[in-house]
Design a protein around this ligand. Sequence first.
Ligand SMILES: [Zn+2]
Ligand SMILES: [Zn+2]
Length: 244
Amino acid sequence: MEIRPGIHQIPGLRISNAYLLEDADSLSLIDAGLPWNRGRILRYIESIGRNPRELCRILLTHSHPDHTGPLPDLCRISGASVSVHPDDTRGRAGNERRWLHYSGQIPLPSWNVPLFRRIYYDDTLQDGESLPVRGGLRVVHTPGHTPGSVCFHLETEGVLFTGDMLLSNGSDLRRPMFFPGTNFQDYRASVERLSRISFETACVGHGRPLMTGGTERLQQMLDHYDWLTPRWRSIRAWVGWRKE
Ligand SMILES: [Zn+2]
Ligand SMILES: [Zn+2]
């Protein structure tokens, strides 16, 4: 599904989203979803008249396994490299090779089963870096959901790829559930940082992309969002109700 000319949401994926960005001589993928998505991603690339071998980079918004599932197979077939922020990686001292890691993950040995497979990466992403995608795709480090969460900002086209930093139902932005490893203060600071970035469209990690009004919606989220956990409000309401 083409969101804008040359920017696609891979259709038919369940639970988490993946986005394909076209350049004249290469393709880039932002996140890859669950382990069984490989075929859908490859078939979609062919359906728009491109060759999977043109997929040269896979950029990760963070290392949660619902966004990284089919990477080993996708990389083997396409030859693509994997890039991630170093704060979402792990490695042994003295070992050059590091792998994707998310906070809260038990450091188990690699199991050759989906979701528990150790996934190695090729390059690291740095805050402020401009990647050679569609004339310049800016890396914005937005820790909080995980320490190494990043957003990708396509400045010239007003598109922000948020991963799980921001989610949407297509009309509003909202925050994700808090997971083990979520840092609330970092998350709040990252939302404030994003609110100073100009973007129209938010391509989110779960749900439906927000097509227009991105910056305004994010400002509304900051102004009105219940930053206390909604549960506290529910408890207070419930206690108040009980007193009446
Ligand atoms: Zn996540
Ligand atoms: Zn997710």
